[in-house]
Design a protein around this ligand. Structure first.
Ligand code: HEC
Length: 219
């Protein structure tokens, strides 16, 4: 088609196009650079209380305390967990976070997760992520963190004290931590903790490795 066939009126001059493009760019750019601590557009203004809510300081008096009608009956922001609730990741038995609690857990908790090949592999994977940084990939106590000064604790060698701890005792250590080792309750769910313990038994030579365990898992 011949370009000259388009009547002159319909053709947009190139300079106009460039101007429009420049204006658009400036507007978009400027709106992106505006700094505001307010929401841009309020969908439901009656919900402003949610948009501008102020966090209650845990150690201060609860809102309304001065008027005698506090939000919480005891007038405080910081509340105890409701009776009967279990902190995330902890066992309902509430073993004390003490050596006695660990010993009791060792005497009363058993590993009910079957040591199938799949569970052992999961345990090995979780061990590599959560334990090896300190205890080393095979539990020799030679992890990267241990090399930086935290005393490495060998746990994956036959005959070390950890090999004598019953499963429930190790479960308690993973859940509550011990001295320099912190609690892993919020990072590792209970089932994975039991799988990690199975893997620990593999490292300690007490369970066959998953490849040798075959279909259905180690017995
Ligand atoms: C931040 C480093 C760190 C991480 C991560 C860590 N541990 Fe520990 N662990 C330690 C230290 C340090 C000790 C020794 C604590 C003490 O002095 O009582 C320890 C002790 C232990 C013990 C007791 C050993 C004994 O002989 O008394 C066990 C079992 C154990 N850890 C298992 C684990 C498992 C399983 C994981 C992963 C879920 C893990 N740890 C993750 C640092 C760590």
């Amino acid at each position: 088609m011949n370009a000259k066939a388009i009547p002159h009126d319909y053709a947009v001059p190139h300079s106009r196009l460039a101007q429009a493009a420049a204006m658009t760019l400036i507007c978009v750019g400027a709106s992106g650079c505006m700094v505001s601590d307010k929401p841009n557009w309020m969908f439901l203004p009656q919900l402003n209380a949610m948009l501008y809510s102020s966090a209650a300081e845990s150690q201060l008096a609860a809102p309304g305390a001065a008027t005698g009608h506090p939000v919480f009956a005891n007038g405080k922001n910081l509340q105890l967990p409701p009776v009967g609730t279990v902190p995330r990741g902890f066992t309902p038995d509430h073993f004390a976070a003490t050596p006695e609690g660990a010993k009791l857990a060792g005497e009363t908790l058993t590993n009910a997760v079957p040591p199938t090949a799949e569970n052992l592999r999961r345990g090995a994977e979780r061990f590599a992520i959560f334990c090896s940084p300190c205890h080393g990939p095979k539990g020799y106590g030679d992890g990267e963190v241990a090399k930086k000064g935290i005393p490495g604790m060998p746990i994956g060698i036959p005959g070390v004290p950890a090999a004598q701890f019953p499963d429930g005792h190790v479960f308690h250590i993973i859940t509550y931590g011990r001295n320099l080792m912190g609690s892993h309750a919020s990072q590792i769910d209970a089932e994975d903790r039991w799988k990690i313990i199975h893997h620990l038994r593999v490292l300690q030579g007490k369970l066959p490795a998953p490849a040798a365990a075959g279909e259905g898992g180690a017995k």
